[in-house]
Write a protein that binds this ligand. Structure first.
Ligand code: SAH
Ligand code: SF4
Length: 371
């Protein structure tokens, strides 16, 4: 008989599952806390549960994380885990310690179908969506591994922020994403505030609207270009949801969800999207659409097949200055963990591409900077 992995549920889902097995809602809440607040997987170790309930759980359920294939540690304290998700696929999560916060970067898919020109996950093609339990298993493993390692007292949390910026496009895996986000926010789960959980998207417009209703966490939008012609080439999804529609969705998100700003991510590519003229166009774009925003400029992290280069630091600074002069808060992302290939866009895992990728690539010529 197959058993159900209880990492699959948010609290409401667990209450339903318990009801289906004749168990009270408050019992579900107890078990939810054992799992997500204490990292306990063994039902016998859940000492405040009555024995008959433990027997029901042992017969029908399990709490199982993902097998870890590898753990790498960077000189700067960044830790990367490679998790086995079966059938030749693996995904990565990255723990990034900073003075004021510890952030976990989480994957949502094995591979990614969006196929951005500068992203190594995109270059691998798409295999499948992760299930809720596979998304939460990354956080569960990282939280309790780091709690032990940092020697934290009971009740102290190792991870203060989660960013859905690992492998995959989270808004193309919406159904699995929402219960995972709700568990991160739940006071009986990880207890993170909405502004400390960030969904990063390449711009799946209808799902931005749904997120505003279902779970309005912090939103980061990967922009990378101020006009449709350039964005079409860098982020192919732009052909489906062009910039005007994307900007309007950002505006609606801010109007509906109680959020103060959108973070726009912009990957700085040498002589592709990094001139001061393009920075001025960006200012114009966000002002025209009245989107309150911050910019996060990400120096491109190269990988062999991209044919692209990182913008020189001086060009990144000049670009940032144009945005700053227009009164837009702008930061340049520090590269972390690049000695273990854990930096943005370097997460490759292992992906068995199940799309007809060779044919697709033949139709879309590679993008390369002018020489
Ligand atoms: N699919 C989502 C989230 C994962 S990518 C998205 O695209 O937003 C997370 C961030 O890393 C995105 O802003 C993406 O543009 C950026 N990124 C991807 N490849 C990169 C690379 N090679 N160098 C720097 N940033 C990269
Ligand atoms: Fe997918 Fe994001 Fe990479 Fe684009 S940048 S291919 S959307 S993971």
């Amino acid at each position: 008989m197959t058993t159900t992995n209880l990492l699959q549920f948010d609290r409401a889902g667990l209450v339903d599952w318990f009801a289906g097995h004749g168990q009270a809602a408050f019992r579900a809440r107890q078990v939810f806390r054992w799992i997500h607040q204490k990292g306990v997987a063994d039902f016998d170790a859940m000492t405040d549960l009555a024995k008959p309930l433990r027997q029901v759980l042992a017969a029908h359920a399990q709490v199982s994380g993902l097998p870890v294939i590898a753990e790498s540690r960077s000189a700067d304290g960044t830790v990367k885990w490679l998790f086995d998700v079966g059938q030749g696929n693996a995904v990565e999560a990255v723990f990034i310690p900073e003075a004021q916060r510890n952030t976990l970067c989480v994957s949502s898919q094995a591979g990614c179908a969006v196929n951005c020109a500068f992203c190594s996950t995109g270059h691998q093609g798409f295999s499948r969506n992760l299930q809720t339990w596979e998304i939460l298993a990354q956080l569960w493993h990282a939280e309790f591994t780091m709690r032990r390692e940092l020697g934290l007292a009971a009740g102290e949390r190792a991870i203060s922020n989660v960013v859905m910026m690992g492998m995959g496009e989270p808004l193309q895996n919406y159904a699995a994403l929402i219960p995972a986000l709700r568990t991160m926010l739940d006071d009986d789960g990880y207890g993170l505030s909405r502004r400390r959980v960030t969904v990063s998207t390449s711009g799946v417009v209808p799902m931005i609207d749904r997120l505003a209703h279902d779970c309005p966490v912090a939103l980061a939008v990967s922009l990378h270009a101020p006009d449709d012609a350039l964005r079409d080439r860098l982020v192919p999804l732009n052909r489906k949801y062009p910039l005007d529609e994307l900007m309007a969705a950002c505006k609606r998100y801010l109007d509906f969800a109680p959020r103060d700003f959108i973070t726009f991510e912009y990957c700085m590519l040498d002589r592709v999207n990094d001139t001061p003229e393009l920075a001025r166009e960006l200012v114009d774009l966000v002002q025209r659409h009245h989107v309150a925003c911050k910019f996060n400029l990400i120096p491109f992290n190269p990988f062999p097949e991209s044919g692209l280069r990182r913008s020189p630091a001086g060009r990144v600074e000049a670009f940032a200055q144009v945005l700053l002069d227009a009164g837009i808060v702008t930061t340049v992302r520090k590269t972390r963990g690049d000695d273990i290939d854990a930096a943005c866009g370097q997460l490759a895992g292992e992906v068995r591409d199940r799309t007809r990728r060779v044919i697709r690539m033949a139709r879309e010529p590679a993008l390369s900077p002018p020489h």
